[in-house]
Design a protein around this ligand. Structure first.
Ligand code: CUK
Ligand code: CUA
Ligand code: CA
Length: 640
């Protein structure tokens, strides 16, 4: 696997690389073992200059200096472990929100408060220092974002995190028990039973990897006994409400607008433990969860528990759910090895894209409910269209006008198609015009997502294509290229490329939110912090070798110029920022003690460390705050 460097590649026809990929992809589709076409990153000729659209960036709106963007984008960072905030259409990076990673700018993973959220071992060190974020979704009210929370998954360590939208900081992280490869998430949009609850109260989590249940050393040599659990987390408490065991696995997750269904694509209905095993079936499935029935079954005492977990688990496997009248789950057959599942903004359909099939599968929500109600005979009868779109379809977005936009990984393209036309075609209308437009993207797109596209307010303005390979689009920076986020104008009949933005690897999914929907606060409230330092409590308090150092900051000074402690002390330093001016943040770094964090206006944070070295250490402000910022320091004197 080798990507091109413009310095060494020779100019060639723009089309050759695409042609090559297309052919190898077909070979990959034809034989289960041939994965050559799936990687999309073979050595190949550079497309050269001709591939760069002459009018790139001319067609879009230009955000001039001093002007504000019209949308926020909240995007994941993959194995960077964080969440990023961009302004669109400019593509400016506005913020990086540390979540599962550590971040020395804000002190995430360093302060006691962030460590408590991430979770610690008995010795006080972090339980985990790494994460893999894929899917970011906002909480809903009335079918659109309510600006309360964002939720994001950690695929590596099976954790769900919540971010407060007002401060754009992570406030909770929950571990999912008996789960490995936690991948898809989606908040519910309303309650399945109580009509008054028309906002998010649950977050659904899919599990991609099957494993022994519990994973305590049993069944290691018999993967056929392993299983996957679908998990429901309470959005407010962030506690795990219940789990549902299924056949096969789960990748992406979506929820219906009526609150009744959650859905997850399954590429491994085979339960295979190797590549050939996972690709042996001609069709895989999208599994639907009847949320109200699952919760009733738990009330009726039909749940068990697994290992040391106390979370109730119900049986959603096929054998236990073949009677539609009582079934908790419904397995709808879809194209081979599907990837994405997305709900259309009109609430009527789920669209699954079929990685190893050139099709998308359109499933009607009412028919799935009909199957549970006994009116629809076979799960496959819930499928109302299966349009052919191109090679390697992954994810689908919507413009709110009846059109869908599906990313084609192998074709390096995005295809615009009409949902109603695909349904007409499926019914036999040969004249139905399904595919309306197609645009090349650069290169190998994963997720595409549209402005407000996962809400009832989908506005059909922008589409962001998150491309996994940038190849020749930007200056090379060594072996690892950045990735391309391409902004596409989808407001007209034809899609047009507006701009290329760089991305540090590796964003997956994101959401694009109108700026008026997002309500932030710039200044904390001091009383929200129980450990806030006041002029009365400021100073040093000693209890044996445990020392509390309570410090205040106000530009350009800390409240104590000298802090005297002794070697062997266990020091907790608490810092409250008394500045009230927006953006007047201070930093606190202690040389050789590996401490570095910031306090925003009216915020309090603390760190605990062992004073294991005698000497003088300048505590200094790291965050440029004042003309005398450099003078903002205090002496930490550690007596031998
Ligand atoms: S997945 Cu990465 S491109 Cu985790 Cu949503 Cu499809
Ligand atoms: Cu305070 Cu710089
Ligand atoms: Ca499969």
């Amino acid at each position: 696997m080798k990507k091109n460097s413009p310095a060494t590649s020779s100019p060639s026809l723009a089309g050759s690389r695409r042609d090559f990929l297309g052919k190898s992809a077909l070979a990959g589709l034809a034989t289960a073992g041939a994965t050559i076409g799936l990687t999309g990153c073979k050595e190949e000729a550079a497309p050269g200059k001709a591939a760069v659209p002459a009018k790139a960036a001319d067609t879009g709106e230009h955000i001039k200096p001093g002007q504000l963007d019209t949308y926020y984008a909240f995007i994941s960072a993959g194995h960077g472990g964080e969440v990023r905030v961009l302004g669109l259409p400019s593509g400016r990076t506005l913020k990086r929100i540390p979540v599962f990673n550590t971040d020395c700018m804000v002190g995430w993973g360093i302060t006691n408060e962030s460590k408590a959220i991430i979770g610690t071992k008995p010795d006080g060190s972090l339980q985990y220092t790494t994460g893999d974020t894929h899917h970011v979704h906002g909480s809903y009210k009335d079918g659109t974002y309510d600006s309360r929370w964002l939720f994001v998954n950690d695929k590596i360590n099976a954790r769900l995190a919540r971010i407060r939208m007002d401060t754009m900081e992570c406030d909770k992280i929950t571990s999912l028990p008996n789960v490995m490869g936690f991948h898809g998430i989606f908040p519910d949009k309303r309650d399945p039973v109580d009509a008054a609850i028309n906002y998010t109260t649950r977050v659904f989590c899919g599990t991609e990897f099957h494993m022994p249940l519990p994973n305590d050393g049993r069944d290691l040599d018999d993967p056929t006994k392993w299983g996957c659990l679908f998990t429901c987390v309470d959005a407010a408490s962030m506690e795990v409400r219940w789990q549902c065991r299924i056949d096969g696995n789960m990748e992406l997750v979506a929820s219906s607008y009526d609150g009744k269904l959650a859905a997850a694509t399954q590429y491994n209905t085979e339960g295979g433990a190797d590549l050939a095993g996972m690709m042996s079936a001609e069709r895989d499935a999208c599994v639907f969860f009847n949320v109200a029935r699952i919760e009733q079954a738990i009330k009726d005492g039909k749940a068990t528990t697994i290992g040391s977990s106390k979370v109730p688990v119900v049986d959603g496997r096929k054998a236990a759910n073949d009677n539609p009248a009582t079934a908790l789950t419904c397995y709808v057959p879809v194209g081979k090895n599907p990837h994405g599942v997305n709900a259309s903004p009109d609430g009527k359909y789920f669209v699954c894209a079929g990685k190893l099939s050139p099709t998308a599968t359109v499933i009607e929500v009412n028919k799935v409910l009909g199957w549970f109600g006994g009116d629809v005979k076979l799960p496959r009868d819930c499928v109302v269209a299966e349009p052919e779109l191109g090679l390697g379809p992954l994810h689908t977005a919507f413009d709110g006008k009846g059109n869908a936009f599906t990313s084609l990984f192998l074709d390096s393209a995005v295809v615009k198609w009409n949902v109603d036309a695909s349904i007409a075609q499926f019914k036999g209308d040969k004249a139905a015009k399904v595919v309306l437009d197609r645009i090349d993207v650069h290169y190998q797109p994963g997720h595409g997502y549209a402005s407000m596209g996962e809400t009832k307010e989908a506005d059909g303005k922008y589409f962001n294509s998150g491309n996994k390979f940038s190849k020749d689009r930007f200056l090379p920076v060594g072996p690892l290229h950045c990735e391309t986020e391409q902004l596409i104008d989808i407001s007209g009949a034809k899609m047009s490329l507006m701009a290329d933005h760089t991305a540090y690897p590796e964003p997956h999914d994101g959401i694009i939110v109108r700026r008026d929907v997002v309500k932030t606060r710039q200044i904390h409230t001091m009383t929200d912090f129980p450990n806030a330092v006041t002029p009365e409590t400021a100073g040093i308090e000693r209890k044996g070798n445990k020392v509390q150092v309570r410090l205040m900051s106000q530009a350009p000074a800390f409240s104590m110029p000298v802090i005297k402690i002794k070697v062997g002390d266990e020091v907790t330093l608490t810092l409250t920022n008394y500045d009230k001016v927006e953006d007047l943040t201070h930093g606190c770094a202690i040389p050789t003690y590996n401490i570095n964090f910031i306090v925003n206006p009216q915020e309090t944070k603390s760190v605990t460390f062992k004073a294991d070295r005698a000497g003088a250490y300048w505590i200094y402000c790291t965050h440029f705050c004042h003309a005398l910022h450099l003078e903002m320091r205090s002496r930490l004197l550690v007596e031998a």
